[in-house]
Design a protein around this ligand. Structure first.
Ligand code: FES
Ligand SMILES: [Fe+2]
Length: 440
């Protein structure tokens, strides 16, 4: 890959075994273009939660990287996704964020597309188009793979990608713990949106396993709350990473402790997480996580916080800007009043002006701005915390470590590097075969 006369060696961008990353991946436009093709063009990307698409005709407009897509519930109950672009002259087709419709008509010349993507009507077709025009050739371009896991709908542009459950890998076992609660969960919207001037990888990196920053970055808030919320001692939590880059970090026994301090009114309204509610056959590891506060990322750009109940997608807009879209995670069994209050609670912490969101986004912006400097944008970054201390654990799937580690960050960039250097999924599978050895 060449850029302005320089050659970028993809193999040099990430050293998975050393746990270092070249700064170039945070600013280089050529690397970004490669990410659009080889990361976002290959991986499963979050589209919607089924709770947003309850009835036939319900749709939401979202993005897969910078490509807008319409995610649409079909008459037969299945979900399809299409590029949000008229096939005539390329106009954005649907201008709304969400709604219910049997079809969308383009506001430029009026081509009308049905929910199944087919081109339904063309103004003046009989009188001006002539016999060569074939409507069947000009339906919306469909996202080839759409799958749902526990109500979370993902899309993938690559027909050769593994199934969504396989792609979640070892992380699937952990995701089941926070989604398989009595009655299930839903995402409450409409989502909050904001623009942050950062490279798109920094927020998912933070959410995949950066517990280390809590004491410093959020120190003032933790002090105001009046109690040390995070116990950094070994054995108080865990983190894990998986083959395809997804991971998390969990602090045992603290599921709602921070939320209870910030929004005490919720304590009586939301069923508490108790170890004794977990069936004994699920085991201690499961119970530890069920009652944990944790943060995680589904590779590449979707993150969540359990306990503080926020779900976020980080859409890239070039190498130095993102759109943040945030929903509230609620238990379906909660009362309407509890859901309303949960929204307020999430706004206090991780809404656009949330007390913790501001701390984090400030860091991400100030870690991106130095890329303006000729010298400050060069060199490597260090994610070596806990290097050599990871383990395989009979109770926890994936590669595992103590809670305060950068193992999950190393796992995230390890798979990221596999994507960049592989031409297709076959090569990704081959390159990631020894992923555990690379991280241990
Ligand atoms: S661009 Fe959509 S109808 Fe012409
Ligand atoms: Fe943070």
């Amino acid at each position: 890959m060449s850029r302005g006369g320089f050659v970028v060696n993809i193999a040099d961008l990430v050293d998975a075994e050393a746990g270092t990353q070249n700064r170039r991946i945070f600013w280089d436009r050529d690397v970004y273009e490669l990410e659009l093709e080889r990361v976002f063009g290959r991986c499963w990307l979050f589209l919607a939660h089924e709770s947003q698409l309850a009835k036939a005709g319900d749709y939401v407009v979202t993005k897969m990287a910078e490509d807008e897509v319409i995610v649409w519930r079909q008459e037969d109950g299945s979900i399809k996704a299409f590029l949000n672009q008229c096939r005539h002259r390329g106009m954005r087709l649907c201008q709304a964020e969400a709604g219910n419709a049997r079809s969308h008509a383009c506001i430029y010349h009026g081509w009308q597309f049905a929910a199944d993507g087919s081109l339904k009507t063309v103004p003046l077709e009989q009188s001006v188009y002539g016999p060569r025009f074939d409507k069947r050739q000009w339906g919306l371009r469909e996202v080839p793979r759409v799958e749902s896991y526990k109500g979370f709908v993902f899309g993938c542009m690559d027909p050769d990608a593994p199934t969504l459950p396989d792609y979640l890998g070892d992380e699937k076992w952990y995701i089941d713990i926070w989604t398989d609660i009595p009655g299930g969960i839903e995402l409450l919207g409409p989502p909050a949106r904001s623009i942050v001037h950062t490279n798109w990888k920094l927020p998912p990196e933070g959410f995949v396993g950066d517990v280390y920053h809590l004491g410093m970055t959020h120190g003032s808030i933790l002090k105001v709350l009046g109690a040390p919320v995070v116990d950094f001692k070994s054995g108080m939590g865990m983190q894990a990473t998986s083959r395809y880059g997804s991971g998390h970090a969990a602090q045992f026994s603290h599921h709602s402790s921070m939320r209870d301090q910030i929004s005490p009114e919720l304590a009586d309204m939301v069923p508490p997480r108790r170890v004794e509610d977990v069936a004994p056959e699920k085991g201690e590891a499961y119970a530890n996580l069920y009652t944990s506060m944790w943060d995680g990322t589904i590779f590449p750009n979707c993150s969540y916080l359990i306990g503080l109940n926020v779900f976020k997608v980080w859409h890239p807009i070039g190498p130095d800007k993102i759109e943040v879209v945030s929903w509230v995670i609620a238990e379906k069994r909660m009362s309407e009043e509890a859901k309303r209050r949960m929204k307020i609670s999430v706004n206090r912490t991780f809404g656009m002006a949330g007390i913790l969101e501001g701390d984090d986004m400030d860091n991400f912006e100030h870690s991106t701005q130095p890329n303006q400097g000729y010298f400050t944008r060069q060199g490597t970054l260090n994610a070596q915390l806990g290097h050599g201390l990871a383990r395989l654990d009979p109770d926890y799937p994936g590669v595992v470590s103590d809670m305060v580690s950068e193992l999950s960050i190393r796992g995230y960039y390890r798979f990221y590097a596999d994507c960049l250097k592989s031409k297709n999924w076959q090569e990704i599978q081959h390159n990631s075969e020894n992923w555990k050895e690379q991280l241990l």
